[in-house]
Write a protein that binds this ligand. Sequence first.
Ligand SMILES: Cc1ncc(COP(=O)(O)O)c(C=O)c1O
Length: 432
Amino acid sequence: MRNTIVHQGAKYLEYEIRQIVDYGYALKRNFGIGMIWENIGDPLAMGEKVAPWIMDIVKELVADNRSWAYSPSRGILETREFLSAEIDRRGGAKVTPDDILFTNGVADAVDKIYDLIRKDDRVIMQSPSYPTHSSNEVKRGDYEMIQFHLDPNNDWQPDLDEIHLKIRYNPQVIAIALVNPDNPTGTVYKTEILKEIIDLARRYGLFIICDEIYAHIVYNGQTTRHLSQIIDDVPALVLRGISKDYPWPGSRCGWIEMLNRRQDPAFLNYTNSLVTTKMMEVCSTTLPQMSIPLVYGNPLYQDLKRDRAALFEERGNEYYEFFRQVKGVKVTRPEGAFYFSVIFEDGVLDDRQTLPITNPEARRFVQDKAAGVASDKRFVYYMMASEGICATPLSGFHSGLRGFRLTTLRPEKDKRREVLERIRQAIETYIS
Ligand SMILES: Cc1ncc(COP(=O)(O)O)c(C=O)c1O
């Protein structure tokens, strides 16, 4: 090649949730080590069955010729009308159908949102952070990330003074990004905290990026608000999708709610560029968009939403009760989504700890792979080879905390118990 081709930011792209899978496959291929995958947040891959009434809606749509066609670039008008009416019913920001933009999943929305921000402008975001957000932010330039920290010793809530000071002393910050309810912590931002973040955005002329893909999975007595309900006059982009709700991650269907677009000419210009980019891509997936009013508008959806939240509450509590008995780690009771993070206490990990691996070649392979990696990734590498269980190291979420994330998606109780016991065994042996 006459030049180096690759974008300077490509070296920053990281997605540990899936990258760790390559290592797991290598263990299987080279040494016949089987794996229980606890790393990917796909309810269907973990065994959840789609509700038959949703399946029927989709089957009928498949038989409709229109579902095979391109759709308008912004998204199907009837669906955008349905969603803007829903936002209106909840009260708060006024959103017209033209303020909604469909994308091929929230991940696609995230990609576009960060891509179209000027190179030298920065987004402050939470740590731990879902890597699609953080990798997209760092890929734009050779900068240190600007992060605020969710505190595992304070129910994973952020420190507002930290956010304030970082915004104040980094004038290049133009937006604040958060995920509510959160992946990987399972926390829910309290309404008062969200309001304070909105106030900071107003005070410093920033916009907010709020990923609400898990907005329908809140439990353990928690309540939070959609950003649109409390945003008042501050510009914001809210990300929603059906991957985790129906659930239908293979639909690749999500949307951006552009709140208070006309409040500021620079924000209007920026959101217009999001729409133009989508136009160049022609459109997003048609059939899933057609299904949205039929599914969310169906009275059965309210039952499904309630039942699934109750299910994840039960499992979240099960994981919490289990891990709080385990020495060397700390955990927080989750309040939303279907993730559970286990944090190692300070100082318990070092780079000499190991787990038994019987095959000497496999042992050498792991030693090699584990050399020089973050201490939580090292633990996970050993756990995968020794116990055949894959979790996602927390360092993969652009976090300085050391721990790992599990999903609470596994439906079979016995299997869940077995997995938890084996992880406990791995932790105790590793740090003993
Ligand atoms: C916080 C968050 N945002 C976005 C996504 C991706 O969503 P989608 O399937 O709509 O691209 C995920 C997937 O796990 C997620 O956890």
